[in-house]
Design a protein around this ligand. Sequence first.
Ligand code: FE2
Ligand code: FE2
Length: 475
Amino acid sequence: MSGINYSEKIPNNVNLSEDRTLQRALEHWQPNYLSWWQDMGPDGSQNFDVYLRTAVSVDPQGWAQFGHVKMPDYRWGIFLNPGEADRKIHFGDHKGESVWQDVPGEYRANLRRISVTQGDTEPASVEQQRHLGLTAPSQYDLRNLFQVNVEEGRHLWAMVYLLHKYFGRDGREEAEALLERRSGQEDNPRILQAFNEATPDWLSFFMFTYFTDRDGKFQLCALAESSFDPLARTTKFMLTEEAHHMFVGESGVGRVITRTAQMMNELKTDDVAKLRAAGVIDLPTIQRYINFHFSVTIDLFGADESSNAATFYSTGLKGRYEEGKRTDDHVLKGQTYRVLEVRNGQLVEKEVPMLNALNEVLRDDYIRDSIAGIERWNKILEKAGISFRFKAPHKAFHRNIGALAGVKVNLEGQVISEAEWKARVDEWLPTAADRAFVASLMGRCVEPGKFANWIAPPVIGINRQPVDFEYVRFN
Ligand SMILES: [Fe+2]
Ligand SMILES: [Fe+2]
């Protein structure tokens, strides 16, 4: 069952041809998807042949096949991880019962909402990134951008399949609406705010794939625990694709840092103006980008106290990150967790029922994981003999959701006045001048093996190809 049938119009490993109604509905959605891709997918890329990986099976080994593909001909399809025999629900009030192969009526609205919210992020990021191909720092990077884009498109397919198959007419309507909302559009924006922010330059792209695709990882991991088995199986396969997106982000930021460190050593300076004049991105600017993307992304986990989060968990719709590895009772009634609030002008912790704090639990898991990568970036500086260190901001910094929304907090977690915030925000978040400087470096550099001045080449190529491989044929 893990082989994928590519002879059908919609490649799949779900025996789509056995369900004619569903097949017809999805074949009806397909041209709408393609016209969305034409309008909102990577700008000017229609005629390129790109060295892409395509899923050929969902086995952990060897699911990917590499080859040059004209992007609009990429075979988007429906791939689910194989089902586990006798899988049991392992958390919440239904713990111990068999998982559901269909949507229980009482959970229909919530499961639909979960699928739509996840599905909406996928085309959103393609829209956010659609102009970046015009300023790619290398062919290697251009190829990685396109790989991420086609896979986000496939993730949309994954959620649309669930909506069509399990949610009837409402599901079909939601699937249409996923192609109608637009990132950043005022009258019909994407659902979550981080997916309405612009991704104007490649430093933002690398930050986005490091921080925001990692939010995707944590959300998908929580959904991979779901008692609704088709959701668990589809998100498990999405996770295997997500790993590459985060690699693109981590290695991309790492290569920017490597290049800046080289220049700092060459010029023996940490003077921002001199480094900018030399055409590299100074470390304080990179830090401000980190502060922005980190804070905007942790908002995606939602309010620190949420009765919805409790309901999603107790009813078995959405688990915790690595639910199966945890040693508690997986029901969590009577347990508590600490969240932050402001009391007398200070951040203080308070204990709340853990079930209500599950957004915060997932956010804290995410923070631990993303800080680990920041430490790996610091290793690059350490090796280069540079004393500057990157640091994640305090989790209350620059928040817009939950108890901390609107509270002004500095990078260290001290509550500050509006006036102090205004006076110092330019040290903490990218300024218009920072963004203009980064934008000024962006220029198309696409000869095989050539890299823009502000970024170091990768250590190895994709699929063990050489770094100067022709990853994109422009025709
Ligand atoms: Fe995705
Ligand atoms: Fe992703």
